[in-house]
Design a protein around this ligand. Structure first.
Ligand SMILES: Nc1nc2c(ncn2[C@@H]2O[C@H](COP(=O)(O)OP(=O)(O)OP(=O)(O)O)[C@@H](O)[C@H]2O)c(=O)[nH]1
Ligand SMILES: [Mg+2]
Length: 426
């Protein structure tokens, strides 16, 4: 992990013939927020126009030399590219320019490393970092021992360069395999804990959305939770789950997850798959959109893209347009309503319209459900109890004749359970 604290940093965006200027500018604006989130002191931003990507330097060699001069002149310490560099490009630029050369993926990985708190989060970030590092090993100058916990690999192996490189690669691959195993173990443990906690499985609603859209703020507003909220990118890395009782007394679980971003490093998506699999278990996704963001449409598209990558494009979803308190003009709200998929307009910070969101969630969960009362003999309860999956139990009472349950059930469950209807169904 690099330390960016207060380092004088310049950002480089590249525009080729296929990109719109505004696209490059907006992406750079976001890169600036990312760099600042990491702690860097951004002193300048440059857009380079290029016709083709130079395989050795990414930008043209002339431009690269110019950049080297500027770095020297202004005593810059870090150069961050808004695009991904190949390992060779990064190496060549580093040889030419007297500053750290960082690409967008590396920056995001470092932010994740700074911010991971739980054991699982840290392992996932480490896994992503190792996958990033593997193709970048050159056999020289890579402080591998330091990277993987100070085991004396470098000192112990002083064979010819090639052999050492092969050795380093193997060690990293082994380490990656270990990390994967540990993550799987932790995940299994967590899901076991989850099962233990609930004797009745509750519906799970997952908050998804672009980073900084207001997911954690919404979770806090709805559940009175105390999840870390910050006007920085990637405030949340570790999933948080909270129980919530809806106005109709139905209980549900809400999960807050890591936010998405454009050009989300594939190493991270792969490493966080375990976390994101929880999104896959959800009955319903609530897609939180920052309606006040000038690029909210592109952000929606990015989120849809990541969800599709995870195979979740057809999960039921409610769109939530957040931060409407910041929409100064009514016209921007109307534009939103005209152009976008239907959704609920809220302000999580001001708790505006949350009741409309609750209504929609309840309507979704209650779709095709009927409310009935059953009395289930104790000897059958073990068998029948799990049928109330979905947590739609409204009342539960232990009576002499069995467990009396008032619940919302779907047709199929009703057909199985109807033999337990009490003589007079009230
Ligand atoms: N004005 C306004 N600001 C909001 C609203 N909801 C969230 N915010 C602000 O937006 C910023 C990001 O909020 P978070 O809840 O941390 O966003 P997030 O989606 O959890 O972000 P990540 O965890 O980084 O993915 C914070 O500064 C919030 O105070 C809202 O309804 N109105
Ligand atoms: Mg958050």
């Amino acid at each position: 992990m690099l330390n960016y604290k207060f380092e004088k940093t310049i950002l480089i965006g590249v525009r080729d013939r296929h990109k719109k200027l505004s696209e490059v500018q907006n992406s750079l604006e976001e890169l600036k927020r990312l760099a600042e989130t990491a702690g860097a002191f951004v002193t300048g931003t440059t857009i380079q126009h290029i016709n083709y990507y130079n395989p050795a330097f990414f930008i043209g060699p002339g431009k690269a030399r110019e950049l080297a001069r500027k770095v020297k002149q202004d005593a810059l310490q870090t150069v961050i590219f808004d695009d991904d560099l190949t390992p060779a490009q990064q190496r060549n630029l580093e040889e030419l320019i007297a500053a750290k050369i960082v690409d967008r993926t590396k920056l995001i990985l470092d932010i994740f490393a700074q911010r991971a708190r739980t054991a699982e989060g840290k392992l996932q970030v480490e896994l992503a970092q190792m996958s990033y590092l593997l193709p970048r090993l050159t056999g020289k100058g890579v402080a591998l021992a330091q990277q993987i916990g100070g085991v004396g690999a470098i000192g112990a192996m002083r064979g010819p360069g090639e052999r050492k490189l092969e050795y380093d690669r193997r060690r990293i691959r082994d380490h990656i395999a270990e990390l994967r195993q540990e993550i799987t173990k932790l995940k299994e443990y967590r899901s076991l804990q989850r099962q233990k906690r609930q004797d009745i499985p509750l519906p799970i609603i997952s908050l998804v959305g672009y980073t900084n859209a207001g997911k954690s703020t919404l979770l806090n507003a709805m559940t009175g939770a105390d999840v870390f909220v910050e006007d920085k990118l990637f405030a949340t890395l570790d999933p948080t789950t909270r129980r919530l009782t809806l106005p109709n007394r139905q209980k549900v679980l809400f999960t807050d997850t890591v936010g998405f971003i454009r050009k989300l490093p594939h190493q991270l998506v792969a490493a966080f798959r375990a976390t994101l699999e929880e999104v896959a278990e959800a009955n319903l996704l609530v897609h939180v959109i920052d309606a006040s963001h000038p690029e909210y449409e592109q952000q929606i598209a990015t989120v849809n893209g990541v969800l599709a990558d995870l195979g979740l494009q057809s999960k039921p979803r409610i769109n939530v347009y957040n931060k409407i308190d910041l929409l100064k003009h009514q016209s921007s709200g109307q534009r939103l309503m005209r152009n976008q998929p239907a959704g609920v307009f809220i302000s999580a910070a001001k708790k505006t319209n949350l009741e409309i969101l609750y209504q929609q969630i309840m309507a979704f969960l209650a779709k095709d459900l009927i409310e009935k009362r059953f009395v289930i003999p104790y000897e059958k309860y073990k068998l029948v109890g799990p049928l109330f999956a979905g947590g739609n139990i409204l009342e539960k009472e232990y009576q002499p004749g069995g467990v009396a349950i008032k619940a919302l059930v779907d047709k199929k469950t009703y057909n199985v359970l109807k033999k337990y209807l009490p003589a007079r169904n009230i």
